[in-house]
Design a protein around this ligand. Structure first.
Ligand SMILES: [Zn+2]
Length: 302
């Protein structure tokens, strides 16, 4: 069982289409189910209408998901139940530190390394909730990127599972939802690989099995910056999706024949399903594209 879990912060662009295609084909190639989950847990960052535009683009490109679309915001009670378990078992605690209080905290590749200020308690008032970590190795073998390992206490410190503004934090939401939905294989962009150990840490504390992880390369501009709304990635065109879908398959190392772009969507998906080899992405981290050319229906693979 696989899934595609976009945040409704903007329309579907080539980078998200790439991740959707990889997770979809990986599930379908192995006769698995595939869900679409909208990660709408951060209202301040959301863009009105983005969910509808993402779903419309997925439909136009011929994705067929199993069951209804899942909205992460609808699982609030499951998120709260998981938080209560972490608090009751002493694995989580309130942290009253403001951004200012942490201004001098050490930083690493994962961001601020929380120094443990509130581990022994903090004054009442506005607070986030952090989960305790230790410095044992948290390791997993990524299906494409090989062995990965982090020591959380020294690399991230105790991390936030519930935000100060009352919203669930991303790591906890994703772990609870993947478990509730029975996801067994997570295919997603490599930009999320460094969050995996924190998610595995939460799975262990909550007694959830750890799914298999395969981190696929992300689409990037010629300068190496990841395609995103912030770096000006354009929405995928909704007319004539066949041509871009074939470019996606090429970008994913699948070697479609040159004239496959003239086939129907159904035929393209059928070819892709039969010939899908995720191994073609082994060890790759970036796929360079010109997203302007793609948005205009031209070849944008660099
Ligand atoms: Zn604190």
């Amino acid at each position: 069982m696989g899934r595609f879990a976009p945040s409704p912060t903007g329309p579907l662009h080539f980078g998200s289409l790439l991740a959707a295609t990889a997770s979809y084909l990986q599930a379908r190639r192995h006769d698995g189910r595939w869900l679409v989950r909208i990660e709408d847990i951060d209202p301040p960052r959301e863009q009105p209408g983005a969910t509808g535009r993402i779903l419309e683009a997925l439909e136009r490109y011929g994705f067929e998901w199993d069951g209804p679309v899942v909205y992460q915001s609808h699982s609030q009670s499951a998120h709260e139940a998981a938080l209560a378990r972490l608090l009751d078992s002493g694995h989580a605690y309130r942290c009253g530190c403001s951004r200012n209080d942490l201004a001098d905290a050490p930083r690493g590749p994962l961001g601020i390394i929380y120094p443990g200020t509130c581990r022994a308690g903090c004054p009442a008032g506005d607070s986030a909730i952090r989960v305790r970590t230790d410095d044992s190795a948290v390791a997993f073998i990524d299906g494409l990127q090989g062995p990965q390992e982090q020591h959380l206490e020294s690399e991230s410190g105790d991390f936030v599972v519930w935000r100060r503004d009352g919203l669930v934090a991303y790591h906890l939401a994703v772990v609870v939802d993947d478990h509730e939905q029975g996801i067994t294989e997570i295919v997603r962009g490599i930009d999320l690989m460094d969050s995996t150990c924190r998610q595995i840490w939460l799975q262990r504390l909550l007694g959830f099995p750890t799914p298999n992880y395969l981190h696929v390369p992300v689409a990037a501009h010629a300068d190496g910056q990841k395609l995103s709304k912030l770096t000006g990635a354009r929405a995928v065109p909704l007319g004539r999706p066949e041509k871009l879908l074939v470019q996606v398959l090429s970008a994913l190392g699948q070697q479609p024949a040159a004239d496959l772009g003239k086939a129907s969507l159904r035929e393209i998906w059928s070819w892709a399903r039969e010939n899908w080899r995720i191994e073609a992405l082994t060890g790759r981290t970036r796929i360079l594209v010109d997203s302007n050319a793609m948005a205009e229906g031209k070849n944008g693979l660099l």
